[in-house]
Design a protein around this ligand. Structure first.
Ligand code: NAD
Ligand code: UDP
Length: 311
């Protein structure tokens, strides 16, 4: 198949491009390099079935494709809050452009949604049937509400225009190729520890997250796209739940060195807990994560050790 991946030069997008090429597909990667990097796709640029297009998803685009994966959007809070109006435009207009293209060329289209649609959840763990608890006017709203509106658009195009959609709600994912200055917790802790700097836990560190290793996530993406039993939304994430203090201690133990834990102010609207209910992924995709946190953190530390040495 010929497959378009928007946001294909980013952390998840570049792993997805690798996977789709390995399966024999032709891959068109569209990215404006806002948070993505050439180095993520450097190895692919000479691949005969890979093409890169520097383009912004908020501007319309035309390709003859069989499938579209829409991943274009900054994902880390410092990056999506840098230009919040642009973040909303990217989510909403990017979704409209992907859906319009899918409608015209009759492509199956996949939306990378997020556990952020659940906001600071009052239901725990979060099943797909939960409508969420999102602040519509806060610092995280540009991302949360942008992604919620994108889901609305996907389901309206599906109902009104019979567009063949798939919607995944991604829970915190980590692994090689995260940007070292991305600002997300796993990359921050590892990079700080490797540099011998103190590890910054926001608030008292009792807030929880569930961390999925990137290879597990990409397997879930492809399974969702390939099956026809459900269009989603479907949670993909690792149900193992850890406090940020536990994560900091794990990273310090694995890296070694002299770094200490220090506390910084908790960002506004920071969700207190998050854990996916993955019953639907098990039922429809026969998917569950395989890589435990310790192992995934070891692989990610090995990646950053090399990346820092070569930078
Ligand atoms: P990332 O920031 O590494 O990748 C996003 C990519 O989109 C980058 O390459 C960036 O340059 C590109 N991009 C941003 N705005 C664009 C625009 N206007 N036009 C074209 N390209 C644009 O982040 P990621 O972790 O790889 O996230 C990929 C997708 O998955 C995002 O949609 C994100 O919301 C979603 N997601 C990720 C996680 C996670 O834990 N990694 C969790 C939930 C949802
Ligand atoms: N966090 C932290 N130290 C950091 C970066 C993040 O303690 O250096 C916390 C943050 O406050 C949040 C959790 O880690 O509670 C996950 O943050 P991240 O930005 O990775 O993702 P999100 O909040 O979107 O889940």
């Amino acid at each position: 198949m010929r497959i378009l991946v928007t946001g294909g030069a980013g952390f998840l997008g570049s792993h997805l491009c690798d996977r789709l090429l390995a399966e024999g597909h032709e891959v068109l990667c569209l990215d404006n390099f806002f948070t993505g990097r050439k180095s993520n796709i450097a190895g692919l640029l000479t691949h005969p079935r890979f093409e890169f297009f520097r383009h912004d998803v908020i501007d319309p685009f035309k390709f003859e494709v069989d499938q579209i994966y829409n991943l274009a959007c900054p994902a880390s809070p410092p990056h999506y809050q840098y230009n919040p109006i642009k973040t909303t435009k990217t989510s909403v207009m990017g979704a409209i452009n992907c859906l319009g293209l899918a409608k015209r060329v009759k492509a199956r289209v996949f939306q990378a949604s997020t556990s952020e649609v659940y906001g600071d959840p009052a239901v725990h763990p979060q099943p797909e049937s939960y409508w969420g608890n999102v602040n519509p006017i806060g610092r995280r709203s540009c991302y949360d509400e942008g992604k919620r509106c994108a889901e609305t658009l996907f389901f309206d195009y599906h109902r009104e225009n019979k567009v063949d959609i798939r919607v995944v709600r991604i829970f915190n994912t980590y692994g090689p190729r995260m940007h070292p200055n991305d600002g997300r917790v796993v990359s921050n802790f590892i990079v700080q520890a490797l540099r011998g700097e103190d590890v910054t836990v926001y608030g008292d560190g009792s807030q929880t997250r569930s961390f999925c290793y990137v290879d597990d996530l990409i397997e879930g993406f492809v399974r969702l796209m390939e099956q026809t039993e459900t269009v989603g939304p479907i949670n993909i994430g690792n149900p193992g739940e850890f406090t940020m203090l536990q994560l900091a201690e794990l990273v310090l133990r694995k890296v070694g060195g002299k770094s200490k834990i220090i506390h910084r102010e908790l960002p506004a609207d920071d969700p207190k807990q998050r854990r996916p209910d993955i019953s639907l992924a098990k039922k429809y995709l026969r998917w569950e994560p395989k890589v435990p946190l310790e192992e995934g953190i070891e692989r990610t530390i090995a990646y950053f050790r090399e990346a820092i040495k070569n930078s």
